[in-house]
Design a protein around this ligand. Structure first.
Ligand code: NAP
Ligand code: ZN
Length: 349
């Protein structure tokens, strides 16, 4: 199928409309008409070749929601008309230790939704800034939110699961004090989810202007991290900190906020390394530094159901596809509350 997409021909070129092809659904495939696609900072890193190995033309987008339009003969879990989502993974080896554990995100042969090798043309995957996608049913998620909320569900497919998974892995819950660093697309979901899990949530932001808004998202307190006195007031008090910042920055001031045995987990993936840590800020209180990558398919479904049961969605700004280049510039300035989502109907207009 020949469809319209939005992508870039080189790292220093703006995104523009282009035509791409999708395979006909195989026996295990689900074909999805994409209604909305969230705009993740990873899309920007990848399409501008800030991480190594971007293949062009590059069509980003891994926060995909839409409706099933066709299914292969052996698909049992989905039928035409179903509301579904696709996140960061569209395939994996299906038989390694990670896949067996439902942690396809850690499979060495994981196929990302864009920029990963595949036998489909052009030889690597093309993402959700497009009209349609065809994916093996194992990687298709069921959406139980009301259809009217569909655009606001899209960011759950990456920003939601990328924050939910570490909050669950490090068993965040009642009685815990949790910090979320960087209040962007991931960070605002981190606040909502940690709050819903019963933790006391502190938003750690560089933006004085987000103080009030972070409280409205569910934070119990907001700390402007550039303010050393405010930071010092929280020294040694956090059980867990989730760092979602998209740029290199000094981690040590955040380690000092952790209690003995506290953990700081990095999910932000800047193109160049952080200038820290100083080992002493870790060893003095047996603190841990960790990382986490998106989440597996069963946990992504669990997160979507958790959010549907509690009415949790992302705060979004809906844009047309041709506004994507401006949206990237605004995202770089932190000027979005809190996720741009493309209305994919605008691709055809
Ligand atoms: P985003 O919406 O742009 O938010 C990032 C936030 O980080 C900003 O809103 C800002 O928050 C803070 N920030 C940005 N630049 C900064 C700077 N120079 N100094 C200090 N703070 C800065 O991005 P996102 O979509 O949430 O993605 C965040 C990062 O996570 C990206 O690197 C992305 O690639 C990565 N990511 C990782 C995974 C994973 O699996 N690990 C999955 C998805 C995304 P304040 O204004 O509050 O300071
Ligand atoms: Zn993402």
């Amino acid at each position: 199928m020949n469809i319209i997409a939005y992508g870039a021909h080189a790292g220093d070129q703006p995104l523009e409309p282009m035509r791409i092809t999708r395979r006909a659904p195989g026996v295990h495939d689900v074909q999805i008409e994409i209604a909305y696609c969230g705009v993740c900072h990873s899309d920007l890193h990848q399409v501008r070749s800030e991480w190594a190995g971007t293949l062009y033309p590059c069509v980003p987008g891994h926060e995909i929601v839409g409706r099933v339009s066709a299914v292969g003969a052996q698909v049992s879990g989905f039928k035409p008309g179903d509301l579904v989502g696709i996140g960061c993974i569209v395939d994996s080896c299906k038989h390694c230790e990670e896949c067996d554990a439902g942690l396809e995100n850690y499979c060495d042969h994981r196929v990302d939704t864009y920029n990963s090798p595949t036998s489909d043309a052009p030889g690597y995957t093309l993402g959700g800034y497009s009209q349609q996608i065809v994916v093996h049913e194992r990687y298709v998620l069921r959406i139980r939110h009301p259809e009217a909320q569909l655009a606001t569900v899209a960011p759950l497919l990456c920003a939601g699961i990328t924050t939910y998974s570490p909050l669950r892995h490090w068993k965040v819950g009642p009685g815990h004090k949790v910090g979320v660093v960087g209040i962007g697309g991931l960070g605002h979901m981190g606040i909502k989810l940690a709050h819903a899990m019963g933790a006391r949530v502190v938003a750690l932001t560089t933006s004085e202007s987000k103080r009030e808004a972070a409280l409205a998202l569910g934070a119990n307190e907001v700390v402007v991290s550039r303010n050393a006195d405010e930071m010092a007031g929280h020294a040694g008090s956090f059980d867990f900190i989730l760092d979602t910042v998209a740029a290199p920055h000094d981690l040590d001031p955040f380690f000092k906020l952790l209690k003995r045995d506290g953990t700081m987990t990095l999910v932000g993936a800047p193109a160049t390394p952080h200038p820290s840590p100083q080992v002493f800020s870790l060893i003095m209180k047996r603190r841990s530094l960790a990382g986490s990558l998106t989440g597996g398919i069963p946990e992504t479904q669990e997160m979507l159901d958790f959010c549907a049961d509690r009415g949790i969605v992302a705060d979004i700004e809906l844009i047309r596809a041709e506004e994507i280049n401006t949206a990237y510039e605004r995202m770089l300035k932190g000027d979005v509350k809190y996720r741009f989502v493309i209305d994919n109907a605008s691709l055809a207009a």
